[in-house]
Design a protein around this ligand. Structure first.
Ligand code: ZN
Length: 424
């Protein structure tokens, strides 16, 4: 394959993904608009008329904004890839700092940071215009800027040693470096799973233990009943940034921690919160975490195998203006820029599995609660408060949604309870 063929093929892949995204967005907007004035009968009991229309507006506004973002991302990628900017920075950097693994990984991080800059205005707009307009933004410009600076510090502190390690492996091990690099990444992720909740998350949110009282007693009883022991139940101040709500658990074994967003606690009743936690416990009891880790491990092994192959193709680097002797750092950078154009088409594989897990966790919660009304009540409220799209196009939700739609979840919960959908 000649370098120019590779360049054209890679650009075509980027454009194809952009077209795919655009088509799905378009289908979804038409579907949502078609139901915009008249909510389908099935969703009428879930939101009142004005809230439903607002959810339609929010969905359309996000979709329009998403299209601008996708076009912008495509355009900036093409400019970075074709302008000769990237090889130019590498030459400058190498002259100044040399070609050692540490220097090269410094270049990789610096240039990745630089390539993220054009996205900042759009991120700002999303938070302070779009989310603001629908009442979801609770962040200040100060928090937003500090968050970005913290992320920059974190990615440097974590990324620099990791990438340096991977680049060193190519020198130490030779051709099979990618297998060891994969093992290194896995070990790194395992350590991060333990350290992140202790060291990193508290840097972004304040966590306070759930105070004594009926809610805490109720949740602890649920934990005992389901054999899910956590060290603590904590409340995160999610309301500092956004009115969107969430619940999750982090860590494993002795380090397990249940986290509820303060926004969630404010929105739901105690029994609904219990049902949400029962759902989270369902993920744990059904072994979804190890399954996800296994899946992520296998797919990153495949990616590293491909990287190992790519690094042996001198034409790949030449296609983007690099010298074929530039080493692994530019290969990693290019793979990061282009990989998404291929993995995009695999999105439905991941989301389908995730949706299956959500159904299983719902079913577990129903069993643990002995009824499904409280979970349905919680889901309805969350969809209402988050102005979630109740009528996505089936292709759109099938492709992107990590959770089944509200109607699908209600249907599954009620079918298993043997109850009929209420009319009101
Ligand atoms: Zn879930």
């Amino acid at each position: 394959m000649t370098p120019s063929f590779i360049l054209v093929a890679c650009l075509s892949l980027l454009i194809l993904r952009w077209l795919g995204q655009g088509l799905l967005d378009l289908l979804n907007r038409r579907h949502v608009r078609a139901h915009g004035d008249h909510a389908p009968e099935a969703v009428q009991g879930i939101m009142d008329g004005p809230t439903y229309r607002r959810s339609v507006e929010y969905t359309l506004a996000k979709s329009h904004f998403g299209q601008v973002e996708e076009l912008w991302s495509l355009a900036t990628k093409i400019v970075f890839l074709c302008s000769g900017f990237l090889p130019w920075t590498l030459a400058l950097w190498s002259d100044r700092f040399g070609q050692g693994a540490f220097a090269q990984s410094g270049w990789l991080l610096a240039v990745s940071f630089m390539m993220g800059l054009p996205d900042l205005p759009l991120e700002w707009w999303s938070q302070f215009r779009l989310e603001e307009r629908f009442g979801f933004n609770k962040s200040t410009l100060r928090t937003w800027i500090t968050d970005h600076l913290k992320m920059l510090v974190l990615s440097t502190l974590l990324g620099l040693p990791l990438v340096t390690g991977i680049l060193r492996l190519t020198v130490w091990i030779g051709e099979s470096w990618w297998l060891w690099a994969w093992a290194l990444l896995m070990a790194f992720q395992a350590v991060m799973m333990i350290l992140a909740p202790i060291l990193i998350l508290p840097w972004f949110n304040k966590f306070t233990p759930l105070p004594d009282g009926s809610l805490r007693d109720r949740l602890l009883r649920l934990g005992e009943r389901t054999g899910f022991t956590a060290k603590t139940i904590q409340i995160a101040d999610g309301s500092r940034r956004s009115a969107h709500s969430n619940a999750y658990f982090t860590g494993f074994g002795r380090f397990r921690k249940i986290v509820l967003y303060d926004t969630l606690v404010a929105q739901l009743t105690e029994v609904e919160l219990e049902a949400v936690l029962a759902h989270e416990i369902g993920h744990y009891r059904r072994g979804h975490v190890p399954k996800m880790l296994l899946w992520a491990g296998v797919s990153s092994l495949v990616s590293f195998g491909l990287l190992g192959w790519l690094a042996r193709q001198p034409e790949f680097l030449e296609a983007f203006g690099f010298k074929s002797s530039s080493g692994l750092a530019p290969v990693l950078l290019l793979a990061g820029l282009l990989g998404g154009a291929i993995t995009f088409w695999l999105t439905p594989l991941g989301t389908r599995r995730s949706r299956r897990h959500e159904f299983e966790a719902d079913a577990y919660a129903r069993g643990a609660m002995g009824e499904s009304d409280s979970l349905i009540g919680a889901l309805r409220k969350l969809h209402e408060k988050n102005l979630s799209n109740l009528t996505p196009h089936p292709w759109f939700s099938g492709f992107y949604y990590s959770h089944p739609t509200l109607l699908e979840r209600e249907r599954a919960l009620r079918a298993a309870s043997g109850a009929h959908a209420p009319t009101g």
